[in-house]
Design a protein around this ligand. Structure first.
Ligand SMILES: [Zn+2]
Length: 93
């Protein structure tokens, strides 16, 4: 089964492709890593959501899904971001 990358946190394991345009994200899938729900959370708040998630320690929404050797930096690299980018969303934009 193909897996998709969460555009919010970079987690590579979503069952559904949220699609390229945040306006049309609507799978209703909840990312087990960052907890974003596609079609429920407002994409306008994405940068802030991501920053708060990282700031709070990037805790997994479903902790049992967290791989043992998980690294936040490698996950964010899937969406071309660094931890620093995330914590300074204004500068990264
Ligand atoms: Zn996510």
């Amino acid at each position: 089964m193909e897996k998709y990358i969460c555009p919010v946190c970079g987690y590579h394991g979503l069952a559904e492709n949220p699609g390229p345009d945040p306006k049309y994200w609507g799978s209703h899938e909840i990312c087990p890593s960052c907890g974003w729900q596609f079609g429920y959370n407002n994409p306008n708040g994405l940068l802030q959501y991501r920053a708060l998630w990282v700031e709070a320690g990037a805790n997994w929404f479903i902790p049992e899904k967290q791989p043992r050797d998980w690294r936040l930096a490698s996950q964010l690299a899937n969406i071309g971001l660094t931890v620093q980018d995330v914590l300074q969303p204004a500068k990264a934009a």
